[in-house]
Design a protein around this ligand. Sequence first.
Ligand code: HEC
Length: 124
Amino acid sequence: MKNILLIIVLFVLAGCYYDSEEALFGKPAIQASTCNIDSTKFSVEIKSILQSNCLSCHSNTTAASSGAGIKLQDYADVKSNSARLLGSVQQASGYSPMPKGGLKLTDCSISMIQAWTTKGAPNN
Ligand code: HEC
């Protein structure tokens, strides 16, 4: 009798385990489907990516001391550095890998920067 109870308990636990695994595997799929690069705008996505990952070193006030003088805060400055932007976040050879000392940007963020620079880095 004790053994049967134990087996039932194990089945219940196994059921819970697979449920939570399903929930975990479900998440990346949902995130991937919300990465819409078609309408990427400087004023929305690009600004926010730079704000969260780059301005600690490349803002108007931090660039001189931490960002090799490269400013990525105002549109005009981002535009004039846009030729080196994509290669650096893709961490392509021949570029300084960015964000320096931090984790590589998500695939979605890199795709947005690619979409925006490919369109000529417009002020949109
Ligand atoms: C911790 C400080 C720091 C952070 C954060 C940082 N950078 Fe930089 N960045 C630098 C420094 C310093 C250089 C000068 C080159 C070097 O030292 O590698 C540089 C160089 C660059 C260059 C020129 C690279 C080249 O090969 O010509 C670009 C473009 C750039 N950064 C963009 C970015 C972007 C975009 C981000 C955010 C995703 C970012 N950086 C985050 C410090 C930083």
